[in-house]
Design a protein around this ligand. Structure first.
Ligand SMILES: Nc1ncnc2c1ncn2[C@@H]1O[C@H](COP(=O)(O)OP(=O)(O)OP(=O)(O)O)[C@@H](O)[C@H]1O
Length: 309
């Protein structure tokens, strides 16, 4: 593998029973980069993260972290360099915030001054003696991030760090993620929000139904959303049912000058797309088989059409 990549995922596949949750994910993450996994519910983001962190075993594929192939298990020296925050809490609710961190610090031989530093940094010091069961969602999430940072990991993996939080808690967490990048950490985060990915990430991997369907800088995505057509390729198994439903959903999004066409067993949508529309499509992608999302360079005919519409 190339040395610059701190994490490299090759053709990762995972089935649950007969259901293919990951259909061959490829991704290379540079040291010091923030990569966003963007995608609707059930896309495969958490499964990818669980495999990277050793909680799940892939059926096939390869993962290299710090140059080490880890598909058959994570050695302790690598585990220590990765901090993880999952959607579900891994805190002891009856213990105070302070005791939660102290417990994990002691297990890992970490000094309690680090615990205090983190509590202060994440604005939890004043409530450190409160039981976690009385914390708000945002406070719990901040404490989970503190826990993941105790061992000063080089890579931080955040699964839905801001999902379901009030705007202020979400904002505090976003600011902290930016700060972690400035400190040189590599961050992999999953999110449903394009806006969040745009603000935080160097690159965004758009995942749908177990496949990585687009990978680019968020600025390119956003720019494309405003200025170019994007071509979406859907597939439908049950022609009569899915096509009618999908057409109905998509026709609500279409504006003047935009069009869709059906070709063989695929469905193409050429749409002058804006962010709200993208977010809506993100939801539609969860229900239907979105196979590909790609930028189409506006050719002369398209430019002409846009001018005329
Ligand atoms: N242990 C499991 N057993 C069976 N199916 C599973 C299991 N874990 C995940 N899945 C399925 O695999 C697919 C991918 O799930 P995953 O949790 O990776 O999605 P996600 O992109 O993280 O979604 P969300 O944004 O809702 O968290 C989903 O259809 C899910 O139902």
């Amino acid at each position: 593998m190339t040395e610059n990549y701190i994490l490299e995922i090759k053709d990762l596949k995972k089935k649950f029973g007969s259901f293919a949750a990951l259909k061959g994910i490829n991704l290379k993450v540079n040291r010091g980069e923030i990569i966003g996994l963007l995608g609707p519910n059930g896309a495969g983001k958490t499964t990818t993260i669980k495999i990277i962190t050793g909680l799940l075993k892939a059926d096939s594929g390869e993962i290299n972290i710090f140059g080490e192939n880890i598909i058959s298990g994570l050695p302790t020296w690598i585990k220590e360099k990765i901090g993880v925050v999952f959607e579900e809490s891994n805190l002891y609710y009856r213990l105070s915030a302070y005791d939660n961190l102290l417990f994990f610090a002691r297990i890992n031989g970490i000094n309690k001054t680090k615990v205090e530093e983190l509590l202060k940094e994440y604005k939890l010091y004043d409530v450190r003696k409160k039981a976690v069961k009385n914390f708000s969602k945002g406070m719990k999430k901040r404490l989970m991030i503190c826990r993941s940072l105790l061992a000063e990991p080089e890579i931080l993996i955040l699964d839905e760090a801001t999902g379901g939080l009030d705007p202020i808690s979400a904002e505090i967490i976003r600011q902290k993620i930016s700060k972690l990048k400035a400190e040189g950490k590599t961050v992999l985060l999953s999110t449903h929000y394009l806006e969040e990915a745009d603000r935080l990430c160097d690159r965004v991997a758009f995942i749908n139904q177990g496949s990585l369907i687009a990978l680019d800088k968020p600025s390119v995505f956003k720019q494309n959303l405003k200025q170019d057509f994007i071509e979406l390729k859907f597939a439908y198994d049950n022609y009569s049912l899915n096509k009618a439903d999908l057409k109905k959903e998509l026709s609500v999004l279409l504006k003047k000058g935009e069009e869709y066409k059906v070709e063989k067993d695929s469905f193409y949508l050429k749409i002058f797309i804006e962010e709200e529309v993208f977010n809506r499509l993100n939801k539609i992608a969860a229900q239907y088989k979105l196979l590909e999302l790609k930028k189409r360079e506006g050719d002369l005919q398209e430019v002409f059409k846009q001018i005329n519409s």
